[in-house]
Write a protein of this length. Structure first.
Length: 109
């Protein structure tokens, strides 16, 4: 008789879709944008209450997202100040097309 091997549980990894390029990746590798009562903001913790949308750390995805996909995903219209804050954050991101898809890989200015 052979002993039963314990079943190794595979940990569930939440997946999210980038609103810029529509690629599905693990949630932790994306940057969350959230609509709160105070307005739209970048949520680096991923834990703020509010409606969220996700983007890669690539500038191309942010440019596409800001054109319309991001406000649509957040079900809001971006105010001028909110758009400026998001564009400022976008300017710190890598320009290269080969972006790694990991949050936190941005250049500080």
């Amino acid at each position: 008789m052979s002993k039963k091997q314990p079943v190794k549980r595979v940990k569930h990894v939440p997946q999210r879709t980038c609103v810029g390029c529509r690629e599905v990746l693990p949630k932790r590798t994306m940057i969350r944008i959230v609509r709160t009562a105070e307005g739209v903001q970048v949520d680096l913790t991923g834990k703020l209450a509010g409606r969220g949308a996700y983007l890669h750390d690539r500038r191309e995805c942010w440019e596409r997202g800001l054109k319309g996909a991001l406000p649509n995903a957040l079900k809001t219209t971006l105010k001028h100040e909110e758009r400026q804050k998001l564009e400022e954050y976008m300017s710190t991101l890598l320009q290269e097309a080969e972006g790694t898809g990991t949050a936190g890989n941005h250049v500080t200015v």
